[in-house]
Design a protein around this ligand. Structure first.
Ligand code: DHE
Length: 546
C-alpha cells in the first residue's frame, strides 16, 4: 500500500478556514448532499485537501477540482482516486485508514459541488480586530530589563497558540506570550526592539523586548489564513513599517511599525507567469525586507511572481513585478544581501533575484522540491560564496554560487550537490563564525532520520556528514512521532538550537548543541514547552544572518 510522500503530509497542515462559516451553493447537476454532509465535507476539505488543491479548488501542487472537471468524472471515478491515491502524490485516504468508505463517498460528491468561497477581509474587518495594548507613548523609553536582548530566542509553541521567549544566555524561559494559532514565523524590527509573529489564523502580535517582561503591545488580524510577516529594514525606515502576507484572502498588508495600524491592502489575484491565466487565489508566501532599498520582496505562490514593493510612499506604492516560477515558497538573502534566493518548490527551481537592479538574474534547476527555510550562506573552499538548499523530495543539498564578480564561473550554478540523510528536509543553517552546516530531515518516514540532524564540515564537504541523535539526547521516553527540526544559531555563532517536536500531549524539548564539539550543551525542557517548532534568534533574524 502506498505511503503518502513527505510533502503531502507537509501540505496537509490544516487550514483555519475549516471553521469559517460558508454556505452551500446548490448545483442542480451535482449529486445530492445533506447540509450536514456538506458541512462535514467542507471541514475535511480545508483540513486535508486545501493545502494542495487550493481553497477554490483551482489547483496548486494538486490537480484542479472544480465542477467543470469533476462533474464529468463522476462519483465512482473520483472515489477510486480518493480511496487509493495516485503515483503523482495523491494520498490513499481509505487504505491509509484516515477515511472510511462513507467519508470517501461523501468527499467524492462534495468536490462536484461549487466550491464555497470564504469571506473577504478588507480594511473594515481588519480595523475591527486591531488592538493597541500599550500605546507607543506609554512604552519604556529605554530597555527596562537585564536580558541580553540580542540573544533571546522566540520559539513557536505550535499547538498552544503561543511563543516562548527564551534567554539564550541562561536558557531560561522569559515569558510565554499568547499569540494567534500555530505561529509560523518570528521577525524583528530593524532596531531589534520589536518582535512580530504571525499565526496560521493571520493574527499578528507585536512584542516589545524593552519591557521589564517582554509582552504584547499590539495585535491585528490581516485575513483568515497567513504565513508571513516582515519589517522595513532600509536606512531611514527603521522600525517604520511592517508587512504581512495572507493565504486567504490572497493579499498583503502594510502596517505602521509601532502600532500595527493597517495602512494599505494589496490583492494578489491575477495572471500566472507561465500560461498567463487568471488565478483567483495566489497565496502570499515568503516576504523579506531589503536592507538597502525601501522595498519588501513579496513572493506570490500560485502566479509565480516576485514583487519588489517600494514603500517610500505608501500612498503611491511602486511595485516591480518579476516573473520567476510557480509555487514560490521560502527563501533568503545571499551573504551580500544583494540577491534574494527563493524556492519554487513544485517547479524544482531556485530563482535568484537581483535586488539592486530589480530583475531576475537566473532560474536554477535543483533537486526535487527545494525547501531552504532562509537557506545557508558560506564560503566554499573551491567555489567561493554559496547559498544552499535542502529538499523535501530527495536526499540532496544543492550549493549555488552567489558571487558573479570574483567567482564568475560558479555564479548562479549548482557547484556541488551533497548527499544528506534522506528526503523530508525542511531547514538548513550555518553562521559566518562556524564551519559547520546543519541539515534537518523532520519529514523523513524513518524515525532514525527524522529525529536526527546531519552536520557537514564546510572545509571537508566530500567527507560526508556526522549524524547527531537529537531526540535521543533529549532523553524523552515517549514523545509520540518526535521530529528534530530547524537548526538555529545563537548570536555568537558557537551553539545551535534544534527543536524536538513531540505530540501535543507529550514532552518536547530544545537541544542546544556546542558547535565546536558537536556535543549536547543544554537540554531545555519545561511543561510549558508544548510542540516547539521554529525558533528565531533576535540578532541573527534582525540582520539576516544565516
Ligand atoms: Fe512553514 C516558513 C508556509 C508547514 C515551520 N512556511 C514558511 C514560509 C511559508 C510557509 C510561506 C516562509 C515565510 C517567510 O519567510 O516569510 N509551511 C507553509 C505551508 O503552507 C505549509 C506547507 C503547510 C501549512 O499548512 O502551514 C507549512 N511549516 C510547516 C510545518 O508543518 C512546520 C514544519 C511546523 C509548523 O510550525 O507549522 C513549518 N515554516 C516553518 C518554519 C518557517 C517556515 C519554522 C521559518 C523557517 C526559517 O528559518 O525562516
Amino acid at each position: 500500500k502506498a505511503v503518502p510522500p513527505a510533502e503531502v503530509n507537509y501540505q496537509a497542515g490544516g487550514s483555519p478556514l475549516a471553521t469559517e462559516p460558508m454556505y452551500q451553493s446548490t448545483n442542480p447537476k451535482a449529486p445530492a448532499m445533506t447540509q450536514a454532509e456538506f458541512d462535514k465535507a467542507r471541514q475535511l476539505y480545508f483540513e486535508r485537501c486545501a493545502g494542495c488543491h487550493g481553497v477554490l479548488r483551482k489547483g496548486a501542487t494538486g490537480k484542479p477540482l472544480t465542477p467543470d472537471i469533476t462533474l464529468g468524472k463522476g462519483t465512482d471515478y473520483l472515489k477510486v482516486f480518493i480511496a487509493y491515491g495516485s503515483p503523482a502524490g495523491m494520498p490513499n485516504w481509505l487504505t491509509s485508514g484516515e477515511f472510511d468508505d462513507k467519508t470517501v463517498d461523501m468527499m467524492a460528491r462534495y468536490i462536484q459541488h461549487d466550491p464555497p468561497q470564504p469571506p473577504e477581509f478588507g480594511m473594515e474587518q481588519m480595523k475591527a480586530t486591531w488592538k493597541v495594548i500599550v500605546p507607543p507613548d506609554q512604552r519604556p523609553k529605554k530597555k527596562m530589563n537585564a536580558y541580553n536582548v540580542q540573544n533571546i530566542f522566540s520559539t513557536t509553541l505550535r499547538d498552544t497558540g503561543e511563543v516562548a521567549l527564551i534567554d539564550g544566555d541562561t536558557k531560561k524561559i522569559i515569558n510565554i506570550v499568547k499569540t494567534g494559532y500555530a505561529v509560523h514565523i518570528s521577525r524583528l524590527s530593524a532596531s531589534g526592539r520589536y518582535l512580530y509573529v504571525i499565526g496560521r489564523d493571520a493574527k499578528i502580535n507585536m512584542i516589545d523586548l524593552w519591557m521589564e517582561k517582554p509582552d504584547n503591545v499590539a495585535e491585528l488580524r490581516v485575513g483568515l489564513e497567513a504565513r508571513s510577516v516582515e519589517t522595513s529594514k532600509a536606512k531611514g525606515y527603521e522600525d517604520k513599517f511592517a508587512i504581512a502576507g495572507a493565504y486567504w484572502p490572497p493579499q498583503y498588508v502594510i502596517m505602521k511599525g509601532d502600532t500595527l495600524e493597517p495602512m494599505r491592502i494589496v490583492g494578489t489575484r491575477g495572471m500566472t507567469v507561465d500560461k498567463q491565466e487568471y488565478h483567483p487565489e495566489p497565496r502570499v508566501a515568503s516576504i523579506v525586507g531589503s536592507h538597502f532599498k525601501p522595498e519588501f520582496i513579496v513572493n506570490v505562490k500560485e502566479t509565480g511572481k516576485t514583487l519588489l514593493v517600494n514603500y517610500a510612499d505608501v500612498n503611491a506604492l511602486k511595485v516591480t513585478e518579476i516573473g520567476t516560477a510557480r509555487f514560490l515558497h521560502d527563501g533568503g538573502l545571499d551573504s551580500t544581501k544583494r540577491y534574494f534566493m527563493v524556492a519554487a518548490n513544485q517547479s524544482n527551481k531556485i530563482a535568484a533575484v537581483d535586488l539592486k537592479e530589480g530583475k531576475l538574474t537566473q532560474l536554477i534547476d535543483v533537486g526535487k522540491i527545494p525547501h531552504p527555510g532562509r537557506g545557508a550562506n558560506f564560503k566554499h573552499p573551491k567555489f567561493g560564496p554559496v547559498w544552499s538548499t535542502g529538499h523535501l523530495g530527495d536526499e540532496t543539498i544543492s550549493l549555488i554560487g552567489t558571487d558573479p564578480v570574483k567567482n564568475k564561473a560558479s555564479a548562479w550554478k549548482v557547484v556541488q550537490t551533497l548527499k544528506g540523510q534522506g528526503g523530508g528536509s525542511l531547514f538548513l543553517k550555518t553562521h559566518p563564525k562556524s564551519t559547520n552546516l546543519y541539515v534537518d530531515t523532520p519529514l523523513n518516514p524513518d524515525p532514525k532520520i527524522s529525529q536526527s540532524i546531519a552536520v557537514f564540515d564546510i572545509n571537508n564537504l566530500d567527507k560526508g556528514y556526522k549524524v547527531l541523535p537529537i531526540a535521543e539526547w533529549a532523553g524523552i521516553k515517549d514523545g509520540g512521532a518526535m521530529r528534530a527540526l530547524q537548526p538555529e544559531y545563537n548570536k555568537a555563532g558557537d551553539e545551535v538550537w534544534v527543536s524536538v517536536w513531540s505530540a501535543k500531549d507529550k514532552q518536547s524539548a530544545i537541544v542546544v548543541i556546542d558547535d565546536r564539539t558537536l556535543k549536547p550543551k543544554a537540554i531545555i525542557k519545561d511543561p510549558k514547552l508544548v510542540t516547539p517548532t521554529g525558533h528565531f534568534n533576535v540578532y541573527n533574524t534582525q540582520h539576516d544572518v544565516y
